[in-house]
Design a protein around this ligand. Structure first.
Ligand SMILES: Nc1nc2c(ncn2[C@@H]2O[C@H](COP(=O)(O)OP(=O)(O)OP(=O)(O)O)[C@@H](O)[C@H]2O)c(=O)[nH]1
Ligand SMILES: [Mg+2]
Length: 620
């Protein structure tokens, strides 16, 4: 038997939350990757703190199990649309995919995206209709929908022959026939061995590997992860790291050569150091300068380049700036321009879809990424590390079309709502320049709608949607393409309450304001002039004094107005804030607090700016 016959490389791909990481838990467990008494957390592959907290996978990760004498390398991938580019990249290091589809939700926008990428690379799929334990599961309907999707995406005959399994990630069961409920994952392991081809490369040829993904540690710097395409590699070997370019032999002299200092592979949850590895194995290489996604590493003597991987271009950007609020430096450890700038540029080492640029101001940097979650996670990570900074409203990144016209990013938006909310949803999305593409009513009172909408049109929509549907709706969106600039869009409907002086918030003051407003602050919190303290129930901003104490009079007022009944303040999360603020506002992010503020803090400056804006609007 060739050594490659004892390897299978597979990626698990799906829409967000369809159960990928939970399935990996069970695969590890049932293949004996844990010791008998080992305590293992749920969704063990979601190892970074933000992943655990949010219950989503952010970074693709490698693991492996051994089953029936075969090593199965598994890549668990993120399902959120902002990280679709990451999934696309790691598909280059596998020979098959396991497509998970929720047995109730069916194929979703991200299912379509990752399936299209996998099929077009010629990968053989295995389909798992997952969560069949759900009360509302309809595995047979979903089976048909997946087949429909395959046909739509012009799957080959071989791909259409994909085995279908019915699984429950949570229970750890798989079966080929619904009438015979599964008891474990054996049918899944067997399907992987039978249907995923062993890696093909020739172990006797000169070494060649594509860098499909990166890892980073402050000790060794960037590490390259990929599948050995051809040949063997050993610690100490001299290799060439080829610059990006066309596939084929590289003849110019500018090739960097260096030595492999460390070589690892994945065994269960561990990395195991190896002396050598050969074609088909997925490995981690350290010790090379200039590692980048899409570059080829080869034997020094035969610098033959593989087709590269394009990294997706960012679609939205925000400005990061030094915190210049009156409370700057109170809660963060790293606050200076130098510290924030270094941290942002450092992020580029591991976050390949991110772009950072200096601006005209030495205290402001433009940071571009794939979506609000992508950028939001960077902000959240930085504040946990002790950074303090401010962030502007997100902007879409426009492009120039072939005829010189302005283009902007469009998203595909899928909405599932109970029928009774259909009208409100359509009514709200209209002015946001959406276009209804498809509407399905599969029964059970729920409607599924598919829209095309400028990414700008979605800013601020999620909170409206949750309110309008009373939390009974589900929405997902992902980048579709660039299209014509859709023209001006209305901003936030309601104005804000702006604190008119610095001080501590007083319950009495809020008691008087709360009839016309939803507060963002609670008694005892500190505010400064220009900080946003709440939302006005009407259009237009309002300067208010939230520090106002009740007048002490000699005559004690009778009654209960000493204890005002206060509504709880609206909780401002980072993502909420990003969707909420307008161009003349900023988010102040510190390790402890998220505050909203006006760019111009002094009321007089804001009035001047408003007058100037009105004049400009009149003139145009
Ligand atoms: N009922 C049911 N729930 C499941 C099953 N598998 C996973 N879940 C639940 O679905 C949620 C998402 O599971 P994950 O394993 O994190 O899903 P994922 O596909 O890895 O999600 P992302 O990585 O964020 O795309 C969790 O609350 C799981 O407990 C299943 O078979 N049945
Ligand atoms: Mg996951």
């Amino acid at each position: 038997m060739k050594s490659q016959d004892a390897i299978r490389n597979i990626a698990i791909i799906a829409h967000v939350d369809h159960g990928k990481t939970t399935l990996v838990d069970q695969m590890l467990r049932q293949a004996g990757a844990f010791r008998a008494n080992q305590q293992v957390e749920e969704r063990v592959m979601d190892s970074n703190p933000l992943e655990r907290e949010r219950g989503i996978t952010i970074l693709a990760k490698n693991t492996s199990v051994r089953w029936g004498g075969v090593k199965i390398n598994i890549v668990d991938t993120p399902g959120h649309a902002d990280f679709g580019g990451e999934v696309e990249r790691i598909l280059r290091m596998v020979d098959g995919v396991l497509i998970l589809v929720d047995a109730a939700e069916g194929p979703m926008p991200q299912t379509r995206f990752v399936t299209r990428k996998a099929l077009s690379l010629g990968l053989r799929p295995i389909v798992a209709i997952n969560k069949i334990d759900r009360a509302d599961a309809e595995p047979l309907r979903v089976h048909d929908e997946v087949l429909g999707l395959f046909i739509d995406l012009e799957a080959s005959h071989e791909q259409l022959d994909a085995p279908f399994l019915y699984t429950s990630s949570r229970a750890g069961t798989a079966t080929v026939e619904l009438d015979h409920p599964g008891t474990d994952l054996k049918p899944l392991f067997q399907a992987i061995l039978d249907y995923v081809p062993p890696p093909k490369g020739d172990p006797e040829g000169p070494f060649q590997m594509l860098i499909s993904t990166l890892d980073y540690s402050s000790y060794v710097g960037r590490m390259a992860i990929g599948r050995i395409e051809r040949g063997r590699v050993e610690v100490g070997d001299e290799v060439a790291l080829l610059p990006l370019g066309k596939p084929g032999l590289v003849t110019d002299e500018t090739i960097e050569r260096s030595r492999i200092t460390k070589l690892d592979c994945f065994e269960g949850l561990n990395r195991v150091e190896l002396e050598r590895a050969e074609a088909g194995e997925i490995i981690v290489l350290s010790g090379l300068e200039g590692i980048e996604i899409g570059k080829t590493i080869t034997a020094a003597a035969v610098p033959e380049r593989l087709a590269g991987i394009a990294v997706e271009e960012p679609t939205i950007s925000v400005d990061f700036m030094v915190n210049n609020s009156p409370f700057s430096g109170r809660e963060g450890r790293f606050v200076t321009s130098r510290q924030v700038r270094d941290r942002l540029y450092n992020e580029l080492e591991r976050n390949v879809a991110l772009r950072v640029e200096d601006t005209e101001s030495p205290d402001t940097w433009s940071v571009a990424g794939r979506g609000e979650l992508h950028l939001g996670i960077l902000m959240e990570t930085m504040r946990r590390e002790g950074y303090e900074f401010q962030v502007s409203r997100p902007r879409v990144i426009t492009r120039v079309g072939p005829g010189g016209e302005r283009l902007e990013p469009y998203e595909e938006l899928m909405i599932d709502v109970p029928e009774e909310y259909l009208g409100t949803v359509i009514e709200k999305l209209g002015p946001r320049r959406s276009e209804l593409i498809e509407m399905k009513n599969p029964g059970q009172g729920t409607v599924r709608m598919l829209f095309r909408i400028p990414a700008r049109g979605l800013f601020g929509y999620r909170s409206d949607f949750l309110t309008d549907t009373r939390g009974n709706g589900v929405m997902h969106h992902r980048f579709l393409n660039y299209g014509p600039w859709a023209g001006p869009l209305a901003g936030r409907k309601r104005g804000v309450l702006v604190a008119d002086r610095q001080g501590g918030v007083v319950a009495f003051a809020l008691g008087n304001l709360q009839e016309r407003a939803q507060m963002f602050v609670a008694p005892g919190e500190l505010v400064y002039e220009g900080m946003i303290a709440g939302e006005n129930s009407r259009p237009g901003d309002m300067d208010v004094n939230v520090t106002k104490e009740k007048k002490l009079t000699n005559m004690r007022a009778s009654g209960s107005d000493d204890n005002v009944q206060l509504e709880p303040p609206r909780e401002i999360t980072l993502e909420y804030a990003l969707e909420y603020i307008e161009e003349d506002e900023l988010i102040e992010v510190t390790p402890k607090t998220i505050r909203l503020r006006k760019r111009a803090l002094a009321a007089s400056d804001r009035k001047k700016a408003a007058r100037a804006a009105a004049r400009a609007a009149d003139a145009s």
